[in-house]
Design a protein around this ligand. Sequence first.
Ligand code: PEP
Ligand code: MN
Length: 368
Amino acid sequence: MIAPGIRNRLNVVPVEEWPLFKKRPLVIAGPCSAESEEQVLATAAALSASGRVDLFRAGIWKPRTRPGQFEGVGSPGLRWLRRVKDEYGLPVAVEVATERHVYEALKHGVDAVWIGARTSVNPFAMHEIASALKDSDVMVFVKNPVNPDLELWIGALERISRAGITRIAAVHRGFSTWEKCSFRNQPRWQIAVELRQRIPGIGLLCDPSHMGGDRDFIGDLSQKAMDLHYDGLMIESHINPAGALSDRKQQITPVELMKVLGSLVLRSPTTDDPEFLETIEDLRSQIDMYDNLLLDILESRMQVAETIGRYKKEHGITILQSSRWREVKDNAVDKGVRKGLTPEFIQAVLEAIHQESITHQMKVMKEG
Ligand code: PEP
Ligand code: MN
């Protein structure tokens, strides 16, 4: 178990050094599910002809949220993938969720496996999969668990690493949420960014198809991933999305995929240009100054909260007064919006500050 905040180093090879890597971003594409031999081969033919796809994906065992949906074609699909590999020279990947899936996939010569969000959440399943993969030379992609738990994601990657696999990458597909959100899964980008800080050198891909849940979001989410310097993208592409048996709304044709990839703007994370470096350094010191100011202001605000806490205690008054809190929040949202801040941001900041204020007031209430 790694304590939060401590850097951990897995023995992972950076994606740019993997034999299949040609250029940024690494592209994994293919249908959500293998549905028929014709569909798999037609999709692979188009993707291979583009020359821009590094790894072909197709799910054959599909973890569906509700029973009764298409659950995949199972092991026969592995022979179709073998044909993709032999006839188009494209390396192939499938999703594995059990030990048996791993053995079947390895037996049919798959080049890579990915572990889905409903599996990476489960340490028992991860342990079983890692043991079955032991010392094989496949590439392993680990999607984030369904819930926003960074430790669980790191734990899943560690289990694969301990099985002796060195070509491991994380795939960020967002987190399930009950709250309404325009995306199928909430991105929570900071979790993936933190993952990369905790495991320096770990490959990081984005799966904008499952994150957005709609083909219209794929372009913007992919660009955002590039701006955060992700190494690659996993995008669902189907020869005929309208007829897809799973995830119909989020699949795009190979031609549409090429449009998405063609319009990505790739920016470099570093430069030697002295003028740029000087300007950036100056701007960063301004950011540091404002961050320090924010901390000083928060400290003062909490001191006032504690004084209020003591005063309320002397007078036997409860900590939380809902009407007052609502008023504070509404006023701040109005003001913040006029300053160009989003209401969601102001609400989130205020709620965090309010929670911290309550903690400080509780502390003084409990005193002697
Ligand atoms: C998939 O890649 O088809 C899949 C099921 O993804 P996720 O685990 O991200 O839902
Ligand atoms: Mn899918």
